[in-house]
Write a protein that binds this ligand. Sequence first.
Ligand SMILES: [Zn+2]
Ligand SMILES: [Zn+2]
Length: 172
Amino acid sequence: MFLSVRELELRKISFDKVFESGQVDFTGEDLEQSSPLHAKGTAELLPETGGQVRVRGSYTVEVVAQCDRCLVRVRYPLKADFDLYYRPVSDLPEEEEAEIDEGEAEIGFYEDGLELEDILREQVLLALPMQRVCSEACKGICPGCGKNRNETACDCKPEVDDRWGALRDLEL
Ligand SMILES: [Zn+2]
Ligand SMILES: [Zn+2]
């Protein structure tokens, strides 16, 4: 759904949309959308701000991602609010990029408008934890036999650095 600035100049846009899996592009993010993404909210052009657009609303979705340690599929039910501001790309200082401070960096820019799917994609990625694990106590996969150590205890000895063993053999 494209939130066009020309339309925003005339009126506030309300949205209440359901995006099926695949409509919001999560390619390359190692995750799968496992429920429809429901988003609702409004987009408006703020008067006397030189073209600032405010998009706010909320969404719910469930995504599935692999546990970083044991590779089991983990479900992440997400539900969050967002309140975002965008400025016309013409405001972007061309040679002063280095001077954009932290607070400034959080503001986005638009050209002719904003793609709601892109906004939602970014919000979902932000909502996911940096470290995706099935549980804090996840024991991960055994580097020796490849078994999931949460499910089966294996007989592998803890990893030993073999170079020292080789050295000992030389000395004998
Ligand atoms: Zn795990
Ligand atoms: Zn093992």
